[in-house]
Design a protein around this ligand. Structure first.
Ligand SMILES: NC(=O)c1ccc[n+]([C@@H]2O[C@H](COP(=O)([O-])OP(=O)(O)OC[C@H]3O[C@@H](n4cnc5c(N)ncnc54)[C@H](O)[C@@H]3O)[C@@H](O)[C@H]2O)c1
Length: 260
């Protein structure tokens, strides 16, 4: 396939999809492949990674699954080595993994706090730490992190650890961007607002509650609708492509005006 990412090799971490509706990581993986990249779809769930590979092969793209948990440095190294063994380079690291656990300040437990920060913050650090030396060796690359608007403002959903881990991810992005700019390694972060993904729907007790929840989320958005995973993917496509070759350290807000 030819396109804006022709011949690029892209590692998408948290690329899995489950069911018919598409999640952020899967939409990005499909978009990258549609634009000509070879994509390694990594996820802690091999079944979910396989489902995204199936979607990509369906449109004639090139992809392969890989099972890895971002809390595990050994698995991360194996994932990066696998991508290098297959393709010899990694042009783009797209880090989509993120979880949330309920808890405002007076309810959050230490275990929950540590778990969320291990996945949302330590995971992207471990992965970038493994990939950056190879990007430097090959003359550059693009790292794309996925944050959340909860990193910048209070949210009615009480996820204190989610907000703080994503806020730290934003700043890690800036520091990494400045540190490695001399090597043409770019690092940017997408800051999505409310996005209608299967994961967001699953935050509710049952299908009826999810429907009410979806309507409430739509009403909170100035455009009258939540974003879709494809809105996030289109922003990621820009940051993955050479069209953004002079863009680094950016917080790219994709929220339909929610934060204004
Ligand atoms: N949906 C929204 O409204 C929204 C809004 C803002 C930001 N985001 C962010 O977008 C990203 C994806 O969101 P989504 O709604 O598509 O969720 P999702 O749960 O569908 O996607 C996350 C993927 O990461 C994988 N994963 C989870 N823990 C992992 C681990 N330890 N190691 C490896 N893989 C792991 C999951 O299996 C899943 O495939 C997250 O970073 C989330 O914080 C989502």
């Amino acid at each position: 396939m030819t396109g804006r990412l022709h011949k690029k090799v892209i590692l998408v971490v948290g690329a899995g999809s489950v069911g018919q509706d598409i999640s952020n990581g899967a939409a990005c993986a499909v978009t990258f492949a549609r634009e000509g990249a070879a994509v390694l779809c990594a996820d802690r769930s091999l079944a979910a990674a396989n489902e995204s590979v199936r979607r990509i092969e369906e449109i004639g793209g090139v992809a392969e699954p890989f099972e890895a948990d971002v809390r595990n440095a050994v698995q991360i190294r194996a994932m990066v080595e696998h991508a290098l063994a297959r393709h010899g380079r990694i042009d783009v690291l797209h880090h989509n993994v993120g979880i949330e656990e309920f808890g405002e300040l007076v309810h959050v437990t230490e275990e929950s706090w540590d778990r969320v920060h291990a996945i949302n913050l330590k995971g992207p650090m471990l992965t970038a730490r493994e990939v950056v030396p190879h990007m430097i060796r090959q003359g550059g690359g693009s790292i794309i992190n996925i944050s959340s608007i909860a990193s910048r403002k209070w949210s009615p959903m009480q996820f204190l650890s989610y907000s703080t881990s994503k806020a730290a991810l934003n700043h890690m992005t800036r520091v990494v961007a400045r540190q490695y700019a001399q090597h043409q390694v770019r690092c940017n972060v997408i800051v999505p607002g409310l996005i209608d993904t299967p994961h967001a729907a699953a935050l509710y007790e049952d299908a009826r509650e999810a429907e009410v929840g979806r309507a409430t989320r739509n009403a909170r958005c100035p455009m009258g609708r939540q974003g879709s995973a494809w809105d996030v993917a289109n922003a990621a496509l820009f940051l993955a492509s050479d069209e953004s070759s002079y863009v680094t350290g950016l917080e790219l807000v994709v929220d339909g005006g929610l934060s204004l």
